[in-house]
Design a protein. Sequence first.
Length: 350
Amino acid sequence: MSTYAGLFENAETGGTAAAVASRGDFIPDVSVIVPTYRRPAMLERCVSASAAQTYDPTRYEIIVCDDGPDEATKACVQRLAAAHASSGPKIRYVPVTATQGPAGARNAGWRASLARRIAFTDDDTIPDPQWLANGMRALDAGADAVSGRIVVPLPKRPTDYELDAAGLANAEFATANAFATRAALERTGGFDARYTSAWREDSDLQFALMQAGLVIARADGAAILHPVRPARWGVSISQQKKSQFDALLYKKHRTLFRERIRRHPPLLYYAMLAALVVLFVSITAGATHIAIAAAVAWIAMTIWFCMQRLKTTARTPTHIAEMLCTSAIIPYLSIYWRIRGAFKFKVFFL
């Protein structure tokens, strides 16, 4: 990535009227929307790269949507703005309090903008210097929305968490690197703020765009680097909470969910749960032979699941231990959150 240059001017807004008041008559060609949540160091890196674009800095702005909001993030944005106000692009700080999660934060950002074209990225990315120019070129060619290229650097033997995060590189449409016209966002309603985690909200927007008959183009020249953040041991356990939002996506877009996300429920998870239930019921009933058979089946499926996760990932003792432990827990948490999502969003979902 190139060196970072020229930043911004700061103002807080809560909507179009406030935006006009804070920026005078400035209407940018494009607004770059960056949602963030209490990680100012990453945000500074992202905003610096977003400001070092080859695109004319006087013709675009960067809007930081603080989903905290917190003083450290606000101070970071203000510091960058004060240091680079003379050269552009402009920057604005938008505190987000009405919703929680990146979907609602992105809505706050694009709705506070006056631009007719919107670019989305995340606070843990590093946009290439040509990112914005190439994304705008694709929109100007007639697309209603554009999906850019996400590069996720990985070691030769990544951890399971790193490999999972690298799935972004193959995503059809991810708002870590996406562009859309204001008209397309207004037509679809933008993001569904019920997605309070960074999960499926981008697919939801993609499917809404598709169902509205809008054109989504691909622009590989609009690239961002997405380094994998460090994660604590056993992080995959807490990530199962996101499964509840699969139910919401399924409820809203059943056909596309089956075609693009998942055709069948995770049968292995249900088989492991069934084996565990049979094991405990057999022990309670004193059916020793059935209990032994169920235990063997459960152990075999757990080991098989673990081995699948280790096929192309790190083989360090710590990582192997993590895979063994989490493989014995993940199926039940995933099922729990899927069922909870089904009740929460009132849809039959397995």
